[in-house]
Design a protein around this ligand. Structure first.
Ligand code: KG4
Ligand code: ZN
Length: 355
């Protein structure tokens, strides 16, 4: 019988709990605080922490109920320990410890980025993951609000960083561009909507790190500055027309994605692997999905994307899936009092207490 895992994620501004069995999602409850942070133009840590505290018990009981499980049916509790907004991540960790102690459940500490990388493996009950869908080595890509990382996955649990960002993450850059255009926060999805109506040949922006793809770095700060200058120069009396916003949204997205694809392509061609797993909020973007599919076709690779858009952005089901593979390797925490948040944990690192 596959383990039933209760998973929790409070890494940023979504309070989420899920029940998973292997790679099957039995429930995945997400309470988003995004609209509360919108007026601040970004996530306000103290507000995030307060809201997580208010909602955590509610999302957990809803996740159990939706999965038709009681706490006695749960075999282990899993939680994101990093990377995270420190005060936000702490709420989930504290709750997972309480559950582990009170109900005598083994404890699994999960890297949020591993959750994103493995999110394409999380499937609803009606779908089954076959062994054929898991060929390793593979590549993994995380494109989120905080990270842009390309890794080689030797096997699940072993990640080697091939490329990362030297400044902004892709999602962060899209959010900032959206803000320049007055589209609100978080802006990635709104920018996508505007860009759909944008024309290709109205504006131009420089392609980041053109000719330097071999360096294994992504960079969005130069593109952002160029976008700011272009946007300001286009404003008449401090305003942009709708068609200008659409065209500017298109050109920014176009260059941001082209840069991403070029760097990935360079790195992937050097290494033998046949599958690319992609996770993170930005892969909810239809244009990016199209370009990734085009790229893998050219390289004769397979791309594996999250089953639904809910699984792209932060959610606890992906944490449950990553935890399942950890459990299979026997990587339970022996001393949970040593477990703490690791705000800057990277994908190729293990938390300090497990060394
Ligand atoms: O993975 P995620 O929920 O949070 C982090 O772990 O960072 O990703 C959030 C990011 C935000 O930057 C948001 O603007 C972006 O994902 N995002 C999108 C779309 N939906 C969410 N970016 C582009 N197109 C979208 N449709
Ligand atoms: Zn995330």
């Amino acid at each position: 019988m596959t383990l039933s895992i209760l998973a929790i994620d409070t890494s940023c501004d979504e309070t989420s709990a899920a029940v998973t069995q292997g790679t099957t999602i039995l429930s995945n409850i997400i309470w988003s605080q995004a609209s509360l942070h919108a007026k601040w133009g970004g996530v306000l840590p103290s507000l995030a922490q307060r809201k997580h505290r208010q909602r955590i018990d509610w999302v957990i009981s809803r996740a159990l109920k939706a999965a038709n499980k009681k706490m006695t049916d749960i075999d282990a509790v899993a939680v994101t320990v990093g990377p995270c907004l420190a005060v936000a991540g702490q709420v989930g960790i504290q709750k997972a410890k309480e559950i582990s102690i009170k109900h005598h459940k083994p404890f699994l500490a999960v890297n949020h980025l591993e959750g994103h990388v493995l999110s394409p493996l999380a499937l609803p009950k009606s779908k089954r993951l076959t062994k054929k869908q898991l060929p390793f080595p593979a590549f993994g890509l995380v494109v989120s609000g905080g990270h842009t990382d390309l890794v080689k996955i030797k096997q699940i649990g072993q990640y080697q960083l091939l490329a990362t960002t030297q400044d902004d993450a892709l999602g962060e850059a899209l959010d900032k561009a959206a803000r320049m255009l007055g589209l609100g926060y978080p802006g990635g999805a709104i920018l996508e909507k505007m860009a759909r109506k944008g024309k290709d040949n109205k504006y131009s922006l420089p392609l980041p790190m053109s000719g330097r793809e071999s360096e294994g770095r992504f960079s969005y700060s130069g593109l952002k500055t160029a976008m700011w200058k272009l946007t300001e120069s286009e404003k008449k009396n401090g305003f942009l027309r709708k068609s200008q916003i659409e065209n500017l949204a298109w050109v920014f997205q176009d260059k941001a994605f082209e840069h991403l694809i070029r760097v990935i392509k360079y790195q992937i061609q050097k290494e033998p692997a046949k599958t690319l797993l992609v996770g993170g909020g930005v892969v909810a973007n239809t244009e990016l999905r199209k370009r990734l599919r085009q790229m893998v076709k050219e390289l004769n690779l397979r791309v594996c994307l999250p089953y639904s858009k809910r699984l792209c952005t932060d959610n606890a089901a992906m944490i449950g899936v990553a935890a399942y593979f950890k459990a299979k390797r026997g990587e339970y925490e022996k001393e949970i009092n040593k477990v703490e948040r690791v705000p800057r944990l990277s994908l190729d690192q293990t938390p300090p207490w497990s060394d």
